[in-house]
Design a protein around this ligand. Structure first.
Ligand code: ATP
Ligand code: MG
Length: 200
């Protein structure tokens, strides 16, 4: 499974609907400083709900909405809603149809060769709202996280390696480094369950 493309709409510096295609094996994004390269990674973390334990570089969720004021424009007239959709290629069958149906809570999800996860954050006068969709069906964050975990994608995992992570791993004690390897290999989950069982 890999990211086929992402579609950003009023997310951070992407003030209009932008589709970014990715290749299966390797894609490089280049551009001058401040042109929005890291914002693309932020968009992936945001949409897949992976941002809780890793930085998404925003103090509050509503800072992720495109703000024309960032470029010296009028701040008061901007959009109050941002959307990111991540389109995953599942044609290899990493996730089975039944798993996707289960997460979406519906049979009506179309073809699962393509899994589309969309998140929207909307600001109102005195509040903000966050919505998740799986192949256009409204779902909860936990549905997305449970589904992605079945494909080995978790907030604790190193599916997304952030700036500074590599240095951090190099400087770690061997014990902590081992914990990361356990996490990636999926052993940590069983260790935790074993510990729980012993406590009982
Ligand atoms: P570098 O090469 O320095 O790492 P980069 O290409 O990774 O740069 P980003 O950090 O992705 O750049 O983009 C930063 C830009 O995004 C800044 O110019 C900032 O003004 C803009 N930006 C961040 N949030 C918003 C927002 N809500 N609305 C509009 N622009 C935003
Ligand atoms: Mg950057």
């Amino acid at each position: 499974m890999y990211i086929k493309s992402i579609v950003l709409d009023d997310f951070k510096s992407f003030g209009r609907k932008t589709k970014i295609p990715f290749y299966e094996d390797f894609t490089v994004v280049t551009g001058p400083n401040g042109s929005g390269k890291s914002n693309i990674i932020d968009a992936v973390l945001f949409a897949l709900g992976l941002a809780r334990t890793r930085g998404i570089r925003a103090e509050k969720l509503t800072d992720l909405i495109y703000n024309p004021g960032h470029e010296g424009g009028d701040t008061s007239s901007g959009p109050r809603e941002a959307t990111v959709e991540v389109i995953l290629d599942n044609s290899g069958g990493t996730l089975e149809r039944s798993q996707v149906v289960n997460a979406a809570g519906s049979e009506d999800i179309g073809d699962v060769d393509e899994i589309r996860i969309r998140r929207r954050v909307k600001e109102t006068e005195d509040n903000y709202y966050s919505y998740y969709y799986l192949n256009d069906r409204s779902v909860n964050l936990s549905d997305i996280q449970d589904l992605l975990a079945q494909a080995g994608i978790t907030p604790e995992g190193y599916n997304v390696v952030m700036q500074g992570d590599v240095t951090e791993i190099i400087n770690m004690t061997p014990g902590s480094r081992r914990e990361i390897i356990d996490e990636i290999a999926g052993v940590a989950e069983f260790d935790a369950k074993k510990e729980d069982a012993f406590e009982e």
